[in-house]
Design a protein around this ligand. Structure first.
Ligand SMILES: [Zn+2]
Length: 301
């Protein structure tokens, strides 16, 4: 029995995954604000163990039936150790080793965008392409690159850090220490923040409410919103153009919360990209097929 774990910036999800990559049972928990003396790593480990117990109970199985565990994390992974989970304030975490010792099974761990990319490549919308780039537009921009059907995996580092490609000289400051990084202009977090600022919305507004408001504004041909969406797409296209010219992929798959804004953003992106010139064929730009569960499914691939 395989267990897939997805650790997000604000929640933990654990699923029992079949050999055919379907979810048999799933449990989730929000990561709450911790007490002053509470350790975030201990908190995550305890909650993973609890969620694993729950999903196994849901299907009536004992913990000794676990054959493999896969974890998707929003950080950089090197030799099975996770670094820089910025949203949870974690610098270094040997989570895979802790779970290996506890359950006595092999635990694989990968960056969440790379897990989602593997899921898209194996059972999603990039199955038919050999050379592809996957971009996860969410809090930041995560990425993965496939050449000849294989995901690029590095000996020493993590690779495919497209989010930190610089697209503006002396631009907005990024948490990586540089300025003008792609993700400061084209991540969905940047998009959301800018919309909230432009329209003077509440900080805690839901994505659904934002989508409703901007859809209405676009239909009303609101100048402010439309010109910002154009600016957003132009910035996204700078990053995509760099990727297209360097990697020359057959397809680029975009995942993350960008997918929810398909009608507003994807349509405009396709119109604009088809009017561009590149040193190669314009790749197909496809949206991710697998939603929130791509991470935990891909973690076992
Ligand atoms: Zn950066």
């Amino acid at each position: 029995m395989q267990i897939g774990i997805d650790i997000g910036g604000s929640h933990i999800a654990v699923g029992v995954i079949s050999k055919r990559h379907t979810i048999i049972a799933k449990r989730e928990k929000d990561i709450k604000r911790l007490e002053v003396n509470q350790d975030i790593k201990e908190y995550i480990i305890e909650n993973i163990k609890m969620l694993i117990n729950q999903v196994l109970k849901d299907i009536g199985a004992p913990s000794c039936v676990i054959s493999k565990i896969g974890i998707a994390v929003p950080g950089k992974v090197k030799n099975k150790v996770v670094y820089d989970i910025y949203n949870l304030g974690i610098k270094e975490f040997n989570l895979a080793q802790v779970l290996e010792e506890h359950y006595g099974v092999t635990v694989s761990i990968r960056n969440d965008a790379k897990c989602a990319a593997l899921a898209e490549k194996n059972i999603g919308n990039t199955q038919e392409y050999d050379d592809t780039v996957f971009l996860c537009l969410g809090t930041g921009i995560g990425g993965a690159t496939f050449i000849n059907g294989k995901m690029l995996e590095y000996t020493k580092d993590w690779g495919s850090e497209y989010g930190h490609m610089i697209i503006e000289k002396d631009g907005i400051e990024c948490k990586c220490g540089n300025r003008g990084c792609f993700e400061k202009y084209a991540s969905m977090q940047s998009f959301r923040n800018r919309i909230i600022e432009l329209l003077n919305l509440e900080e805690n507004i839901t994505s659904k409410e934002i989508l409703e408001i901007i859809t209405r504004k676009v239909n009303e041909k609101d100048k402010l919103v439309n010109s910002y969406i154009d600016e957003y797409i132009d910035n996204l296209l700078i990053g995509l153009s760099n990727i297209i010219n360097i990697i020359q992929p057959e397809a680029i798959c975009i995942g993350g919360s960008f997918v929810y804004y398909e009608k507003i953003l994807y349509t405009r992106l396709i119109e604009k990209i088809n009017s561009k010139k590149y040193n190669c064929n314009i790749p197909k730009i496809v949206l991710a097929k697998l939603g929130n569960e791509a991470g935990m499914i891909g973690a076992l691939m």
